[in-house]
Design a protein around this ligand. Structure first.
Ligand SMILES: [Ca+2]
Length: 223
């Protein structure tokens, strides 16, 4: 990581503000405020940024704070995700969509550790459920891929190759940065990209024509 990126990172972002597990019956009790500002000051005196990176990955930049029991609110342009989210460790994390997830503001939120793969099972329907959204931040700026499996649980190449759906990738300002619409890769419904640390990304999966039937999918984001 170049130093200028680290500086940009330090200046620009509180990464993700996220509450712990909650459900309809239980309010979140703890929030985890993950912030570059909480890194030890000594980390900033390293001209190569190595100790800062180490501090980040070792958790020294993570601060636990009390959680307000207010209604969840998201401020994705500021890099803030509150409410339920999935903290995906290295390896495969599997989950299921929860409606409504039809808009940016209702996106299923997750946070990817380095080496994580998140597989989200759901369905879309061109008549009643056109679009599902997810949003995530990543602790890696390695090459990432987003793809749709042909059948849930069967995630091998080639990925889903029909053009009755498409996937799109947006930055945290909701600006489109990739789409498979009229642009299917040889691998099928897939996009690859390199995230910037500290930024949120949205992915949508969209039905074009599912002939009156829900189309089951597995949407995968992998580092
Ligand atoms: Ca759905």
């Amino acid at each position: 990581m170049a130093m200028h990126k680290i500086l940009l990172y330090c200046i620009s972002s509180i990464l993700l503000l996220a509450c712990g597990d909650s459900s309809d019956t239980k309010k979140p009790e703890v929030c985890f405020n993950t912030s570059i500002y909480n890194c030890p000051s000594s980390a900033f005196n390293d001209p190569f940024g190595i100790s800062l990176i180490f501090a980040w990955y070792s958790g020294q930049c993570t601060e636990e704070v009390a959680c307000t029991e207010e209604e969840s609110s998201n401020d994705f342009p500021s890099g803030i995700i509150t409410g339920d989210y999935i903290d995906a460790l290295s390896g495969i994390t599997q989950t299921t969509e929860q409606e409504p997830n039809n808009t940016f503001d209702d996106s299923l939120a997750f946070f990817m550790q380095q080496g994580a793969t998140v597989a989200i099972r759901g369905s879309i329907d061109s008549a009643t459920d056109l679009t599902d959204f997810v949003v995530f931040g990543s602790l890696s700026n390695d090459l990432h891929a987003v793809y749709v499996c042909r059948e849930p649980g069967v995630c091998t190449l080639p990925f889903y190759q029909q053009e009755n759906i498409y996937i799109e990738l947006y930055d945290e300002n909701r600006v489109l940065i990739g789409s498979t619409l009229n642009n299917l890769s040889p691998n099928g419904q897939s996009l690859s990209f390199t995230p910037t640390l500290g930024r949120a990304y949205y992915v949508s999966i969209n039905a074009i024509e599912t002939q009156g039937m829900p189309l089951n999918y597995e949407l995968v984001v992998t580092d």
